[in-house]
Ligand binder design. Structure first.
Ligand code: SF4
Length: 400
């Protein structure tokens, strides 16, 4: 779900990606957006279509053409990929053979570093041990299950038909298949969710022994079934106080279980931070493939058209499906590097902030945020405070 990591770019138009402050060698990632799910969850605003065999075939034809065009145009030059991330949507709605074919095509077209991290997002209802074994044998090294909740009433409330048991079966299948690096995504603030049921979902998730957990606060988006239900009065808007208590509970339980909170929504066991997602926060470069995917390569940020139809039509005509391309000046890039870097718990070295070309206005805003207790300087690094983490999006808007 690349959107979660690029959310700051949704309000302003596409622009240059952040560079680290002032500069560190950039890593290179590839994101593939697979825009299919078996059904749409009530809160979900991502671009996707309901899976059908014919739709998947048309999409795959277009995706292979997109890979070929980027390879012919040498978009990535001679650089090999450090990370590949299959997101969506639900990549595992596609057959394992199709996912393996895409990865093989990426490998032959762009090349992979020997220790490249290859991640795939999965819905617990869409996997089998046999299918996952094929992925491991093809080189996939990390799986991220979109679990969201382990409470059957909450799952029903978000429009999912699967039962919590399905998650433990899927996790066992992934482990049997050889996935040692496994993440579970949870959401807090769901309708029908209480602090007690959230505590239980967290405890059950920890008991499944993943190496990584993402805990996202539910946001209510336009265009979703959820916002319609809220407006009708069929369910309530998530309460800030309850969501804050749930976030505190996640920090408490996960820390006690040996996880480190390395980013606002992400927790890992030592050595299991998601390398691909860190690349977004640390100013790495990435090529995005598939409808709505975003890219930052060689000083240019560009984004693909959102819908499948124009995506496929443009590729059939031999054109890359790029909708927007934009460059920003160095000052803006430094601001963006600051905003993204602050999402990481480790923050940003103060030396590098001082050495960068942040303008006086941005420096004054940082001083104000420090005085107001949203930012802090500790151990030579600038970080968000605990209060600041709750308002990271608003702070980002202030600093951009
Ligand atoms: S499975 Fe994930 S991507 Fe698909 S509709 Fe649900 S939340 Fe959205």
């Amino acid at each position: 779900m690349q959107e979660q990591f690029l959310s700051y770019y949704h309000s302003p138009p596409l622009s240059h990606a952040p560079s680290n402050l002032p500069h560190t060698p950039s890593r290179l990632g590839l994101y593939i957006h697979i825009p299919f799910c078996r059904s749409r969850c009530h809160f979900c605003a991502f671009y996707l279509q309901i899976y059908r065999v014919d739709r998947a075939q048309d999409y795959l034809t277009a995706l292979f053409r997109e890979i070929q065009l980027h390879a012919e145009q040498r978009t990535l030059g001679d650089r090999r990929l450090d990370t590949v991330y299959f997101g969506g949507g639900t990549p595992t709605t596609l057959q394992p053979s199709a996912l393996c074919e895409i990865l093989a095509c990426i490998q032959s077209s762009f090349g992979l570093q020997p220790d490249a991290e290859i991640s795939v997002e999965a819905h617990p209802d869409t996997v089998t041990t046999e299918g996952l074994s094929r992925l491991v044998n093809a080189g996939f090294s990390r799986i991220s299950f979109g679990v969201q909740s382990l409470d059957d009433d909450e799952l029903a409330g978000m429009g999912r038909t699967s039962l919590p048991d399905r998650t433990s079966t899927a996790v066992a299948s992934a482990r049997d298949a050889g996935f040692a690096n496994m993440s579970l995504d949870l959401i807090f603030g769901l309708s029908r969710q209480t602090l007690k049921s959230w505590q239980s979902s967290l405890a059950q998730a920890i008991a499944l022994n993943p190496t990584h957990l993402s805990c996202y606060a539910l946001t209510v988006e336009e265009g979703t079934r959820l916002i319609v239900d809220i407006r009708r009065g069929d369910c309530a808007h998530p309460e800030d106080a309850l969501q804050n208590a749930m976030e505190d509970e996640a920090v408490k339980q996960l820390t006690a279980a040996g996880f480190t909170r390395y980013e606002i929504s992400n927790y890992c066991r030592p050595g299991y931070a998601c390398r691909h997602n860190k690349l977004y926060w640390q100013g790495g470069e990435y090529l995005g493939l598939g409808p709505s995917a975003q890219s930052y390569v060689d000083g240019a940020r560009f984004g693909n058209v959102e819908d499948l139809k124009p995506y496929q039509d443009l590729l059939a005509a031999g054109c890359l499906p790029i909708a927007e391309r934009e460059r920003l000046d160095p000052e803006r890039r430094h601001r963006e590097a600051l905003v993204f870097g602050l999402r990481l718990t480790e923050g940003i070295p103060i030396d590098s902030i001082q050495a960068s070309n942040l303008d006086a206005d941005c420096k004054a805003k940082m001083a104000q945020l420090l005085n107001e207790g949203w930012l802090e300087e500790t151990s030579g690094r600038m970080k968000l405070t605990a209060s600041g983490r709750r308002f990271a999006d608003s702070i980002a808007v202030e600093l951009l």
